[in-house]
Design a protein around this ligand. Structure first.
Ligand code: ADP
Ligand code: ZN
Length: 731
């Protein structure tokens, strides 16, 4: 069976639906028959649901009861690659196929008939009278040759009312036609000249082109500091891919970064790519999904879920900032878009480019193992040089307990202000203060629904739970002992640092950047752009500013608490801290000016801090790799996290203990089970949470064993059991 397999009317087909049924359903092919992979609407009980023709019918169901496919939807059938991808991704993440199909059909109005609209273009007729308004319309259409426009577009372009256009239609001067509402995306002109490449860049581009021309699978780690020209390199790979007639996908970790990237695409190819992320309108989503399926979108720029678009012929996937944790989907289907990109490419004979200044240990290890090719861009583009790295030993600074900016850092900032340069203060904590404490009784204000402290957000005058998003007013008295005026904010957040900066630098222009301070990604982008132009002397920000934005005037980065990420038991704590510190530091000195980074730390001797300061990356990775090897954890062993959650604490304890006792199927593959233990956040949204961790050697059939293991237990209705393969977060 292949793409062209056709089932004649009344032949039995099996259909995968988006409904939670754990098997395929048999139907009769509709009038006119249907192709393998066709999107269809089928009757299910009293309803009609969407599905995909998955193969020939099995005929194991009473033939008289079998109903017919209601209709074939007006969208391109799902290709064989995509079906295989859904199956393998589903097996890997232990996700039912119906759920996988939902992931692949997340566009509105798929079942709707193809909607049409009127478009207008130049006709043959001659007008009876030539008024100035009519002339404008004719001129506008003449300027654009064969192109057609909607009534509104045309009227706007000509600067006339739509009745003028309608009048010309009546006389045949302008033709009115029906056209599908979802228009193809503009052609990208890959023949336009890109930038003159440096030697490193040209070499990298050549290697990537070779891979693309071979049309077989391959993954490349493209490594280079921020500003070394990685984007420029993978844009050339995109050009090659389009030239070969295949589609390209660029995944970005943050929607806030897309617009910068879109500008560069337009500059390079003279047209805009298709976009797929949460900031895109429903209409555009539908258009994108359909056009990708028809092969009428050459380049798609998107968030992780773009990987599940119905590509006709995907030749290249770029994962920008491949180390970014946001590629892991943390609810619903728990997949890692970076890893699934590699799977998707392997199935379809595509190339993957993993781009990063600070690659994940996973990718580093895959290069070491010879599975990925590695290309390095060794210097920053143009004259910009890497910032100098310095530690500020906070033990010697003796700051009072409600201050966080050391004198050393303060004087460095003053020097920059004097020179008209910008400084960035980085702290990875939103809000004003992480703890609100009663000084009379010691009570800390927590969330009613979660085992988490409420974080004060002073701009919003509320306390907020960062687990569930619940907010409440800041109380006047202690909710526990009732004492008045005893509540104190403890510890710094980005807002509080803003306050300190205002006090220390009264004449400076200070801006606080935190994702929760903006209504929309657009507003945030606008703000970042004005800041980058020099609207602030000091920028105070969270993780947000560590990512990709370009601040040409920025020459100083101060990390308020370099030790923050080193606390906690996360197996990637060292890796994350190392990456984050290097990313943030990399913000300094992107243009011609030399930059400097200062890390405030209480443990300057810590190996991670020392590695950040010395810039000895290879040394750091080798040490980190050894540490992980010796404990058999990823990427040198396999992990799965199991979270049991329920409003009933007893219920999950019984189940958890039972699971820890009856581990037969896991023991059979040599896997160990740890726990159950209360999750680090033992209650979220009123549900108690218990964790188990399963560890085994690489190349063992972990998923199959997990499924057998879990199948032994009766999971009560109110309990949720989730399995997270390769967990990234351990909360
Ligand atoms: P990265 O993706 O590694 O951060 P970019 O590709 O964004 O780096 O390049 C950094 C800056 O240098 C950008 O402004 C880019 O336009 C410029 N640049 C990169 N390569 C070239 C080149 N070959 N010629 C001219 N400018 C370049
Ligand atoms: Zn909460």
């Amino acid at each position: 069976m292949n793409e062209l397999t056709h089932f004649a009317e009344n032949q039995l087909v099996s259909v995968l639906t988006t409904q939670p049924i754990d098997r395929l359903l048999d139907y009769k092919a509709p009038e006119g028959g249907c192709f393998l992979g066709a999107f269809v609407e089928v009757p299910l009980g009293p309803r009609r649901v969407i599905g995909v023709v998955w193969g020939a019918g099995k005929g194991d169901y009473d033939i008289v009861k079998i109903r017919a496919v209601h209709r074939v939807l007006d969208v391109a059938p799902m290709g064989a690659d995509m079906r295989e991808f859904l199956i393998r991704a589903g097996e890997y993440t232990i996700t039912p196929m119906a759920t996988m199909l939902r992931l692949a059909t997340r566009a509105p109005g798929l079942g709707d008939p193809l909607s049409m609209r009127k478009i207008y273009r130049i006709g043959e007729g001659v007008p009876d009278r030539e008024t100035p308004a009519r002339k404008k319309v004719i001129q506008a259409l003449a300027d654009y040759g064969e192109l057609a426009f909607t009534l509104r577009e045309l009227a706007e372009m000509a600067g006339v009312s739509s009745s003028v256009v309608k009048g010309l239609v009546a006389q045949g001067v302008v033709d009115e036609e029906d056209s599908p509402r979802d228009l193809p995306y503009g052609k990208l002109d890959y023949t336009l000249k890109g930038k003159e490449l440096s030697k490193d860049q040209a070499n990298a581009v050549d290697k990537l082109k070779e891979g693309l021309q071979s049309k077989v699978y391959g993954t490349t780690l493209l490594k280079g500091v921020t500003g070394s020209g990685k984007t420029e390199v993978y844009l050339e790979a995109v050009a090659e891919c389009i030239k070969n007639g295949r589609q390209a996908l660029v995944l970005l970790p943050e929607i806030a970064l897309t617009s910068q990237f879109l500008d560069r695409v337009r500059e390079r190819f003279g047209a805009m790519p298709a976009e797929w992320h949460s900031g895109v309108t429903q209409t555009e989503r539908r258009r994108c999904w359909r056009m990708v399926g028809q092969g009428n979108a050459e380049l798609i720029v998107g968030a992780r879920s773009a990987l599940f678009l119905p590509f006709r012929d995907l030749g290249l996937i770029v994962v920008d900032e491949e180390h970014d944790t946001s590629y892991k989907q943390e609810d619903g289907v728990l997949y890692n878009a970076r890893d699934m990109s590699v799977l998707r490419a392997a199935i379809g004979g595509a190339q993957v480019v993993l781009s990063s200044a600070t690659p994940s240990l996973e990718s580093w290890a895959n290069v070491e193992a010879g599975k990925y090719q590695r290309l390095d861009l060794t210097s920053r583009f143009g004259t910009a040089v890497l910032p100098s790295m310095n530690a500020i030993d906070m033990r010697a600074e003796n700051l009072p307990s409600n201050r966080w900016i050391s004198e050393k850092l303060q004087s460095e900032i003053n020097t920059r202000i004097g020179k008209g340069e910008q400084s960035l203060l980085f702290i990875n904590r939103r809000g004003f203060a992480p703890i609100t404490l009663c000084r009379a009784c010691g009570h800390q204000i927590g969330c009613d629904q979660c085992d988490a402290r409420m974080v004060e957000h002073r701009f919003q005058r509320r306390l907020m739970c960062h687990q569930c998003g619940e907010t409440k007013a800041i109380p006047e008295t202690c909710p526990d002992c009732g004492a008045e005026d005893k509540l104190a904010a403890v510890g710094p957040g980005v807002e509080r640092l803003g306050e300190e900066a205002v006090a220390l630098f009264p004449d400076a222009r200070i801006a606080v950047l935190s994702s929760d301070l903006f209504g929309s990604a657009r507003a945030m982008k606008a703000q970042i752009e004005t800041l980058a132009k020099g609207e602030a002397d000091i920028i105070i920000g969270t993780q947000l500013v560590a990512k990709g934005h370009n601040f040409p005037l920025l020459t100083l980065v101060g990390v308020i608490d370099a030790d923050l990420g080193l606390q906690g038991s996360d197996l990637r704590a060292a890796e994350r801290t190392f990456q984050l510190m290097r990313q943030v530091s990399g913000r300094a000195g992107r243009a011609e000016k030399q930059g400097a980074a200062f890390l405030q730390t209480y443990q300057p001797e810590h190996p991670v801090i020392r590695a950040v300061l010395s810039g000895d990356e290879e040394g750091f990775w080798a040490a980190e790799a050894n540490a992980r090897k010796s404990t058999g954890v990823p990427p040198y062993g396999r992990l799965a996290g199991i979270v049991l959650s329920s409003p009933d604490e007893n219920e999950i304890h019984m189940l958890g203990n039972d699971m820890a006792r009856r581990t037969g199927p896991l023991a059979a593959i040599g896997a160990q089970v740890y726990g159950p233990a209360p999750a680090p956040i033992a209650r979220v949204r009123g549900r108690h949470r218990l964790r188990l961790l399963v560890k085994c050697e690489k190349n063992r059939p972990l998923q199959a064993a997990l499924q057998k293991w879990v199948a032994q237990f009766n999971v009560p209705k109110s309990t949720r059991l989730s399995i997270d393969i390769d967990p990234q977060s351990f909360y």
